[in-house]
Design a binder for this molecule. Structure first.
Ligand code: FAD
Length: 406
């Protein structure tokens, strides 16, 4: 298999290799396809372990059974122009000096590399957490969560003791950021109905949200936090703030000694960069994210761009790194595609500037909260906004399909 991938490549223009077909990587690829019309000598290669793109922002719905997993897997074949060479393989490392991506299918040479490998859950070295909790970062993860919830409800229905039923039918979500809030809200809304279908009293299931900090949705406006907390309370979600998990045993053991019991435990408490980046010689910062210059090129490696969760980009407004969000990944992808094109056209590179479009979180199946242009809304309108953003994203992926030579 060695050399299987690079044997047929290397035109005079060389290869632009995009590693990762998530929000950032797919966007770079789609945008660049059209720009390469005048550069047939350049080969554009996209690499991912999956032959589909995942609409990760919709995972809380899959994890609570309100959306099929296949509905969030978008086959790459349907969105990529034939101009793009797609390689489905696992990326195992980097040969920076040799300019090669090391993969299970053999090394892939690059002239320019775009790293867009996303994140993985961060367990903050809490004992037992990685082993005893489910995560939510892929369609497969989301299916596992829903499967575990269904099994827990079946086990609860078979239990004789109401206390035991309640414990088994309780879903505990660790981490009160947007992912935790969306998952908790969605489950709380749907579980009473699902419980009845399992022959369980509708009031038996419960959802608990455990957050180490003083508030859910940290960093958001107090108005947005208040509105989200009210909806969660209305849905019956028990929110525990200032509750730091010390270990995971039969439940979440908090630092004050309390044990939070349940039948299913999901960890949505933080993200870090993939292991292969940590093991590389790439310069990394907070949470293992790769340090980049203002053009999104790796420090001291101007031949490598980074976009999405993996890029450590400081927001000049806050002095902190931009959060791992799809909207940031898309904007960074746009800049990277423009800069790759600028290099081909011998034009100046463009510095990345984040243009914040606002923050929208769904809370349950009908309501949500949103902060847009300084205005906070909560309720059905915000949920409709979230639906509209996801719909618009899917349309944009289809419409950007790009260009194929005739
Ligand atoms: C449950 C959940 C809900 C979210 N909701 C929102 C939201 O509502 N709004 C919002 O703005 N953001 C949301 N986010 C954040 C958003 O999904 C991420 O910021 C975004 O996916 C980052 O894009 P990316 O391209 O960097 O990474 P990803 O989209 O994760 O893509 C990374 C790609 O790299 C591939 N890959 C990784 N490692 C390898 C390897 N070793 N070999 C081969 N392929 C590999 C993966 O298969 C994947 O296709 C949510 C996140 C989660 C987990």
């Amino acid at each position: 298999m060695e050399n299987a991938v690079n044997a047929s490549t290397a035109g005079s223009g060389g290869q632009i290799v995009v590693a990762g077909a998530g929000y950032a990587g797919l966007h770079v690829t789609l945008r660049l396809t059209a720009k390469l019309r005048d550069h047939p000598e350049v080969e554009l290669i996209l690499v991912d372990r999956n032959d589909y793109h995942q609409a990760i922002t919709e995972l809380p719905r899959v994890a609570s059974g309100t959306r099929a997993a296949d509905a969030v897997r978008i086959p790459l074949q349907e969105v990529l122009a034939t101009r793009v060479r797609f390689v489905q393989t696992e990326i195992n490392g980097f040969d920076l000096a040799g300019r090669r991506l090391l993969t299970a299918a053999g090394p892939i040479d690059w002239r320019r590399l775009v790293l867009a490998l996303g994140s993985r859950p961060n367990d903050f070295a809490i004992p037992g957490l990685a082993q005893r909790t489910l995560s939510l970062y892929s369609a497969d993860d989301a299916e596992r969560v829903w499967d575990a919830v269904s099994k827990a409800l079946t086990a609860a229905a078979a239990a004789a003791d109401p206390g035991q039923q309640r414990r088994l039918a309780t879903v505990v979500v660790g981490g009160g950021g947007a992912t935790g809030v969306e998952l908790a809200g969605e489950l709380a809304e749907i579980l009473p109905q699902v419980a009845s279908a399992h022959g369980l009293a509708a009031d038996r299931p419960a959802v608990q949200l455990v957050e180490a900090g003083p508030t859910i949705l940290a960093g958001s406006s107090p108005q947005l936090i208040d509105k989200a907390a009210r909806i969660l309370s209305d849905l019956g979600v028990q929110v525990r703030t200032n509750a730091t998990i010390a270990a995971t045993e039969e439940g979440f053991r908090l630092t004050d000694g309390q044990l939070v019991e349940g039948g299913v435990f999901v960890w949505a408490g933080g993200l870090k960069a993939p292991g292969l980046v940590a093991d590389s010689e790439l310069p990394t910062g907070h949470n293992g994210r790769v340090k980049v210059d203002r053009y999104l090129r790796v420090l001291d490696h101007p031949e490598i761009y980074v976009a999405g969760d993996l890029a450590s980009v400081t927001d000049p407004r806050t002095g902190h790194a931009l959060p791992p969000l799809a909207q940031v990944a898309l904007e960074e992808g746009e800049t990277v595609a423009r800069n790759l094109d600028a290099e081909l056209e011998d034009k100046p590179l463009e510095a990345f500037t984040f243009r914040d479009k606002g923050f929208v979180v769904s809370v349950g199946t009908r309501r949500g909260v949103a902060d847009i242009a300084g205005i906070t809304t909560g309720g059905r309108l915000a949920h409709g906004l979230k639906d509209a953003i996801e719909w618009e994203y899917r349309q944009s992926v289809k419409h950007l399909r790009g260009w194929d030579p005739v």
